[in-house]
Design a protein around this ligand. Structure first.
Ligand SMILES: NC(=O)c1ccc[n+]([C@@H]2O[C@H](COP(=O)([O-])OP(=O)(O)OC[C@H]3O[C@@H](n4cnc5c(N)ncnc54)[C@H](O)[C@@H]3O)[C@@H](O)[C@H]2O)c1
Length: 329
């Protein structure tokens, strides 16, 4: 299938591009490279440098490339920044997606796979998080993702769009070959930050609070390998064959690990000490977040390959230790 991967030069998008090609699909990438990296893409791929909200460019791509499905990764992802600069997030993560959906519908492209997030659930009252729990995001980032899900469901009813929302937990790790990986600038995710601290890059790792209601006092999160996430995207294609379908899946391992366990994992894999300091809690961090992904297992036949935290960390370590400055400046 020929498909458009919007945000395909980013961390998760670039891993999906590799899997799509390996499985015989033809991805075309649109990315403005605001946070993505050209080096993350395979040579010779059809690539358009441009904006998600460029209706003229989208029209040209849909006309010339004969796109059947759109995968949408192109969001801003910094939760803290979404609180201090909400309009940046409502524009890019919500308003611009509406331009994309309009262009898709105008050109008869009616299949959509959306990168959503567990942040739509807010502070959970029940764990693990299954798809039927109430949505109550506590920051603009999570709200924009929930808003897009609502827009998608309305377009499903009104226009026969078929859409799948995949709610990731903590995407982590890097591909097996070790040639692409995570390089967010700035980085806010725990595993790369712990690796940077071990390598002596920057300051010691800041641990935000050790007085949570968890066994060691630090927050529990669900780390899921990026390639496991990508596999679910491709499995979801089958669900979008009929018009007018909306499906949603929570994607995590279902087994959470604490910040201190991640630090120990990085130390075990790298053989280095992770210097860290305990600081105050961050606003809005729940004690624990982890997924009930049984729906994805049941309906998509999704099988997680990276079941062990240290295997995920080892894949991240392989990437970071061979790409000391990520993809470079
Ligand atoms: N990384 C995680 O742990 C995580 C967890 C839950 C959900 N998600 C979601 O997954 C998606 C991908 O996350 P990621 O970690 O790969 O982020 P990323 O920043 O690495 O990738 C996003 C890509 O989109 C591009 N982009 C952003 N705005 C654009 C625009 N207006 N026009 C064109 N291109 C644009 C960026 O240049 C970048 O290449 C996001 O939608 C994010 O909300 C990520």
């Amino acid at each position: 299938m020929k498909l458009l991967v919007v945000g395909g030069a980013g961390y998760i998008g670039s891993h999906c591009v590799r899997q799509l090609i390996a499985q015989g699909h033809e991805p075309v990438v649109l990315d403005n490279l605001s946070y993505g990296h050209m080096q993350a893409l395979p040579e010779g791929i059809a690539f358009y440098k441009g904006e998600l909200a460029d209706a003229e460019l989208l029209g040209r791509i849909f006309k010339t490339e004969k796109i059947e499905l759109v995968m949408h990764f192109a969001a801003f992802i910094n939760v803290g920044e979404s609180v201090t600069d909400p309009l940046k997030y409502y524009k890019n993560n919500l308003a611009d997606v509406i331009v994309l959906l309009k262009a898709m519908l105008e050109h008869g492209v009616k299949k959509f796979v959306f990168s959503s997030t567990c942040a739509i659930y807010g502070l959970p009252k029940t764990l693990p998080l299954s798809e039927d729990l109430p949505r109550a995001p506590i920051n603009p980032y999570g709200q924009t993702k929930l808003d897009v899900e609502t827009v998608l469901q309305d377009c499903v009813k009104a226009h026969g769009l078929s859409a799948c929302a995949l709610r990731y937990f903590n995407a982590s790790g890097a591909n097996e070959k070790g040639d692409i990986g995570e390089d967010h600038k700035p980085e806010t995710h725990l595993i790369p930050l712990a690796i940077y601290a071990a390598m002596g890059k920057g300051k010691p790792l800041a641990v935000f609070g050790d007085d949570y209601h968890t066994p060691d006092g630090t927050c529990l999160r669900d780390y899921i390998h990026v390639d496991d996430l990508c596999r679910a995207h491709i499995l979801a294609f089958d669900k979008l064959k009929e018009p007018g379908v909306f499906v949603d899946y929570n994607l995590g391992k279902g087994k959470p690990f604490s910040v201190l366990e991640v630090i120990k994992g990085v130390e075990a894999v790298s053989g280095l000490k992770v210097p860290y300091s305990i600081g105050p809690r961050r606003a809005g961090d729940p004690d624990a977040l982890y997924a009930d992904s049984s729906k994805a297992v049941r309906e998509l036949n999704w099988q997680i390959q990276y079941t062990q935290l240290n295997d995920i960390i080892a894949s991240a370590w392989q990437w970071h230790s061979t790409h000391l400055d990520g993809y470079g400046a």
